[in-house]
Ligand binder design. Structure first.
Ligand SMILES: [Zn+2]
Ligand SMILES: [Zn+2]
Length: 335
C-alpha cells in the first residue's frame, strides 16, 4: 500500500496556507482525505490519476472529510461541480465515488469567550449542515450549470457520480455546544466503508468546538495508515492508531502561536491562542501521541506555520522512537 504520490506511492499535502489533503492508494485505487484549496491540482501532479484534468477522478474510490473547516473542504465544490466530466467522460466505470464526512451537529458551538455577545447566526433555519446537506446546497447553487450540461452536453447527473453520506455517530455521541467528544471504549471503530480488501474506520477526535471531527484508519493487506485530521492530543485517536504503519498527524508550533498571537490586540490574541493550543497538537505533544499509539512511522502534516525550523522537532524525537517524517507537498511514502 502506498500513501499518496507518484513513484512508490503517496502522501500529498498542500502547504498550510492553501489547504490540507492526503491521499492513500492501494493498487490503482485512490482514497482522498480532505480537499483543501489546491488539492486537485496536486492530485493531478502526482500522476496517480492520469495526466489531464479530464481524468482527475478516474481512480478515486472515495473522498472523506475529517471536519468541515474551510481549509479541509474548499475544493469540494469544484470537485462536485466537475464530477461528470472528470469521471464518465474520462472513461471511468459506473461505480459512484463514495463521499463520507461529518453530519449535522444539531447545535451551534458556544460563543467564545463566554462573556462575548453572540454574533448573528448564518443561515438560521439550517445553521450547521453536515456533508450531505452541504452537498445538496451545492446542487441547488450550481443548478444553472448542471441543467445546461444535462440538457445540452448529455452529462450524467451528479447524483450518480457521487454517493454522499454522513457518518452516523448516533451510537457514540450527541454533540453539545462544547464540541468535546467523549472518550470511547477502547477498540471502538466507527464504520466508514469497506471497498474490497480496504477497510476504513474512524474515531471521534477533539477539535472543539468544531464537531464532529474524525480521524480515519485505513487497513489493507499491505498495512495500515491513520490520519488524525485536526485534533488536540486524543485518546480516541491513540486507540484507533494502535500499531499502525503510518500515523499522519497534524502539528502546531507552540512558540509560533505565542509569537503571533501576542502581536494581536490582547482580547483577540488570547482567544485565538487558546483555540490554537486547545484544539490542535503541539510539537511538544505529538511525539507522545505517536509513541502511545505504537506507530512505526509518524508523518507530520498540516504544519502551522507552514515552515518550522528543523531544530524544533528534536522534542518529538525525545518522546518517540519510531521514524519521523516532516511532511511536504507531494511527499510520497510507501508502506
Ligand atoms: Zn480545523
Ligand atoms: Zn485545519
Amino acid at each position: 500500500m502506498t500513501l499518496l504520490g507518484t513513484a512508490g506511492g503517496p502522501i500529498f499535502m498542500t502547504a498550510d496556507r492553501r489547504g490540507v489533503s492526503t491521499a492513500v492508494t492501494y493498487g490503482d485505487r485512490v482514497y482522498i482525505v480532505d480537499l483543501g484549496h489546491g488539492s486537485v491540482e496536486r492530485l493531478v501532479e502526482t500522476g496517480l490519476v492520469g495526466d489531464t484534468l479530464q481524468s482527475a477522478l478516474m481512480n478515486v474510490r472515495a473522498i472523506m472529510f475529517t471536519h468541515l473547516h474551510s481549509d479541509h473542504i474548499t475544493e469540494w465544490p469544484a470537485v462536485y461541480m466537475t464530477g461528470p466530466v472528470n469521471t464518465e467522460q474520462g472513461g471511468r466505470a459506473a461505480d459512484p465515488i463514495l463521499v463520507r464526512g461529518p453530519g449535522n451537529r444539531g447545535t451551534l458551538p458556544r460563543v467564545f469567550p463566554p462573556a462575548r455577545p453572540a454574533p448573528p447566526v448564518v443561515s438560521p433555519d439550517d445553521p450547521t449542515p453536515g456533508t450531505h446537506a452541504m452537498t445538496a446546497y451545492l446542487r441547488r447553487a450550481f443548478a444553472s450549470d448542471f441543467n445546461d450540461r444535462l440538457r445540452d452536453a448529455r452529462w450524467i447527473d451528479h447524483d450518480s457520480v457521487f454517493d454522499v453520506q454522513d457518518i452516523d455517530i448516533a451510537p457514540y455521541w450527541t454533540v453539545d455546544e462544547s464540541g468535546v467528544p467523549p472518550t470511547l471504549p477502547r477498540g471502538t471503530r466507527i464504520p466508514v466503508l469497506v471497498d474490497g480488501d480496504v477497510t476504513v474506520t474512524a474515531t471521534l477526535v477533539d477539535h472543539h468546538p468544531s464537531a464532529p471531527a474524525f480521524g480515519y484508519r485505513f487497513d489493507t493487506p499491505d498495512g495500515s495508515v491513520v490520519i488524525s485530521g485536526d485534533t488536540c492530543p486524543s485518546e480516541n485517536l491513540i486507540d484507533l492508531a494502535q500499531g499502525c504503519d503510518y500515523l499522519v498527524h497534524e502539528v502546531i508550533d507552540e512558540i509560533w502561536v505565542d509569537e503571533f498571537t501576542s502581536a494581536l490586540p490582547p482580547e483577540a490574541g488570547e482567544a485565538l491562542r487558546q483555540h490554537l493550543l486547545e484544539s490542535h497538537t503541539t510539537i511538544a505533544q505529538v511525539g507522545t501521541v505517536a509513541q502511545h499509539a505504537g506507530a512505526k512511522n509518524l508523518v507530520l502534516t498540516h504544519l502551522s506555520p507552514a515552515v518550522i525550523p528543523a531544530i524544533r522537532f528534536s522534542k518529538i524525537r525525545q518522546a518517540y522512537d519510531g521514524r519521523l517524517h516532516v511532511g511536504k507537498d507531494l511527499m510520497s511514502l510507501g508502506v
